[in-house]
Design a protein around this ligand. Structure first.
Ligand code: SAH
Length: 254
């Protein structure tokens, strides 16, 4: 009998930010697949097999998971945050589209999770209170010129921008280039947030402005958020301002 495959969002890190639905699926699964670092966040259970793999092996992982589900196993594929945001859900559907016809009979479910941009926004106040977009700076799967074209469009449309995958050892300069590009469109005082390891014990959140935003503040676990022209700080006596974007947009703002 064909088994099932569930793609599960683990949330940004803290256990309490994982949904009960995600926990139930992880508990019931016979086999867990995922990037080893993410699998390590799932408590071990007797009798459950774990198939950890490298970050880059997403399609191979998806295919292996589908094969086991077809053979009757109850398979969970884990992602950090939400599995549909720059993560495994799209990889699984890509594998299904190009894969064995029988894979289409598998009961595939996606269990949502709290994405890094939402966990970050909640820490700060309400920076995503009005229109926003999310862009991955990784050019592993798309040309860099596509990234810059989308950044230009997002900047021109005055979206709040959430940047995922801002930097890595193999991609050291892209975030600096992205910030330079945005400086040509937005005021020097535009808030820029560097939110690293949100909800984890080593969480670090820094608020800078676009003029002085230093790309070296980011690493692979950082979500970078750039405000729109309306995003503002509300100072507090403790020195940690709230950041929010008003819901109302004046007619003069494009
Ligand atoms: N599916 C994930 C995103 C995967 S892409 C989600 O919905 O959150 C990986 C990128 O997500 C990282 O480079 C970083 O930009 C961001 N990210 C993931 N977890 C994070 C966390 N706890 N704090 C800040 N950023 C995080």
């Amino acid at each position: 009998m064909t088994g099932r495959l569930t793609i599960v969002g683990l949330g940004p890190g803290a256990e309490e930010l994982q949904t009960p639905q995600a926990r139930a699926v992880l508990d019931a699964a016979t086999d867990l697949f995922g990037y080893t670092t993410y699998l390590d966040r799932v408590p071990t259970k007797n009798g459950q097999s774990r198939h950890g793999s490298d970050n880059r092996e997403e399609i191979a992982r998806a295919r292996a998971a589908l094969e086991l589900a077809r053979a009757g196993k109850d398979v969970a594929v884990v992602s950090s945050g939400d599995p549909g945001v720059f993560a495994m859900a799209a990889a699984v559907f890509e594998a299904i589209e190009d894969g064995e016809p029988e894979w289409r009979e598998i009961d595939v479910t996606v269990v949502p999770g709290i994405s890094a941009m939402f966990a970050t926004a909640a820490r700060l106040g309400a920076p995503l209170g009005h229109d926003f977009c999310a862009i991955s700076l990784s050019d592993n799967l798309k040309p860099w010129e596509t990234v810059t074209r989308r950044l230009e469009a997002a900047a021109a449309a005055d979206f709040v921008i959430a940047l995922y995958n801002p930097i890595s050892k193999a991609r050291p300069w892209q975030l600096g280039a992205a910030l330079d590009l945005l400086r040509a469109h937005r005021a020097p005082s535009t808030p820029v947030i560097f939110a690293t390891a949100v909800s984890r014990t080593d969480e670090r959140i820094e608020i800078a402005d676009l003029a002085s935003a230093d790309p070296s503040r980011a690493d692979m676990r950082t979500l970078v958020m750039i405000g729109s022209s309306a995003t503002r700080l509300v100072p507090r006596p403790n020195g940690e301002p709230w950041v929010y974007t008003p819901r109302r947009v004046e007619a003069s703002v494009s």
